[in-house]
Design a protein around this ligand. Structure first.
Ligand code: ATP
Ligand code: MG
Length: 381
């Protein structure tokens, strides 16, 4: 069987790798050049997008910012999973908030801004600390502006002046003081069967994910149940098929949804080594109508993003339970170049392994790792 993925980055690559043992081939579409490629070798395949859609069993996406005409082509073939509405919802913060609101899902207090004159009203409604997010085309903290005090208002007005807010409105969100960020990743098949991976705890630095640990430490069963319920409500509302990620802020017992990703997600990369079936295989299974796999964790796992850096010894893989996943991309500042998964039997041992790992890494590129390693090391074995 065959799958076509919109997007030809690392997520398509990892879908390809997970699909191969199932006898499933994966093609990718570079949505800029509009070429059909092999997602691993990037070799051009001699076929049009139209032909590729007709040739495969399912069409899916590795990111939500796919041009609408391509989504429409795929939707018309009735092979697009998740469906176009689900992908467009993940691509547009205004649509996303509407789904949260109409399904009674707790989310950040917010206001949609499509004219600069609404700026003062947003500050009045949401308070002095606000994050303004472009409603479309943002990722990894790009397309975001933070207002931390009134002094910064002129700077913001200047930044917003060049934006076409009628075309791409901003979503102003109250800056929340949460305890931590977590995500629930699960998969839903066409019959509505749902599986969830263990909840991951996510550490961000400058708006970018650096480290995920799963299962999240100190998570009450009632909170896990709540995360599942939120997942179900969103997945059902979107008539979702495939892997879906929901990013949340945890404040005590309450979970506030930040955003969704209608696809496999960076905070689920730990499943490659830490769960019975990884998120990439689970997505393939869901969109092809195969039985969903077990999601049981095989221990505790940390996923460490390698961001803007290539120079470290590959001897990291001498650490037991440590696996490197390299994307083969050209080096750029703040670009995700690969990730490292470290699996251990318990948190204390995971913390020790992360300390060993740090000995090989240029620490300035891994600013959160030592703190996390120490925190985990201090937990009960
Ligand atoms: P990514 O693609 O990495 O998920 P993104 O660009 O889509 O990021 P968000 O997830 O909305 O953007 O925000 C990035 C990070 O900024 C969050 O993970 C969180 O750390 C912080 N953040 C976002 N919204 C808020 C908020 N309302 N209050 C406090 N912090 C926030
Ligand atoms: Mg996010």
């Amino acid at each position: 069987m065959k799958i076509l993925v919109f997007g030809a980055g690392q997520l398509a690559q990892m879908m390809y790798l997970a699909a191969a043992p199932l006898g499933v081939d994966v093609y990718a579409v570079d949505v800029n050049s509009r070429e059909v490629l092999n997602p691993m070798s990037k070799e051009k395949l001699d076929m049009s997008i139209e032909y590729a859609i007709s040739d495969v069993d399912a069409v899916t996406a590795e990111f939500e910012h796919v041009p609408e005409d391509l989504l429409l082509l795929a939707e018309k073939s009735e092979k697009l999973l998740p469906n176009m509405n689900a992908i467009l919802t993940g691509a547009d913060r205004v649509r996303e908030k509407q789904v949260f609101e109409s399904n009674a899902i707790a989310n950040c207090p917010h206001m949609v801004i499509n004219d600069l004159s609404q700026l003062d009203a947003s500050i009045q409604a949401l308070g002095a600390r606000i994050i303004f997010k472009a409603s479309r085309d943002g990722y990894d903290g790009y397309g975001q502006w933070r207002l931390l005090s009134g002094d910064e208002k002129p700077k913001l007005i200047q930044a917003f002046a060049s934006l076409d807010l009628k075309r791409v409105p901003l979503v102003a969100e109250k800056m929340l003081s949460f305890e931590r960020e977590i995500s629930i990743i699960g998969a839903r098949d066409a019959k509505g069967n749902t599986t969830y991976f263990d909840v991951a705890e996510n550490l961000h630095h400058e708006g970018q994910l650096h480290v995920s640990v799963a299962p999240a430490t100190h998570l009450a069963q009632s909170t896990i149940n709540k995360a599942h319920e939120i997942f179900d409500r969103i997945a059902t509302a979107l008539n979702y098929v495939g892997v879906l990620a929901v990013e949340m802020f945890q404040m005590g017992d309450s979970l506030i949804v930040n955003e969704i990703a209608p696809r496999v997600h960076n905070s689920g990369h730990w499943t490659q080594k830490g769960a019975d079936t990884c998120q990439f295989e689970q997505h393939i299974r869901a969109v092809l109508g195969f039985p969903l796999g077990a999601t049981t964790s095989s221990g505790v796992t940390a996923m460490i993003n390698v961001i803007g850096c290539t120079s470290f010894s590959r001897d990291i893989i001498s650490i037991e339970g440590c696996h490197l996943h390299w994307y083969g991309k050209e080096l750029r500042v703040k670009r995700k170049m690969g990730h490292i998964n470290v699996v251990a039997e318990n948190y204390a041992s995971l913390g020790e392994k992360l300390l060993q790992l740090l000995a090989y890494l240029p620490e300035e590129y891994f600013p959160l790792l030592r703190g996390e390693a120490k925190r985990l090391s201090a937990l009960d074995a």
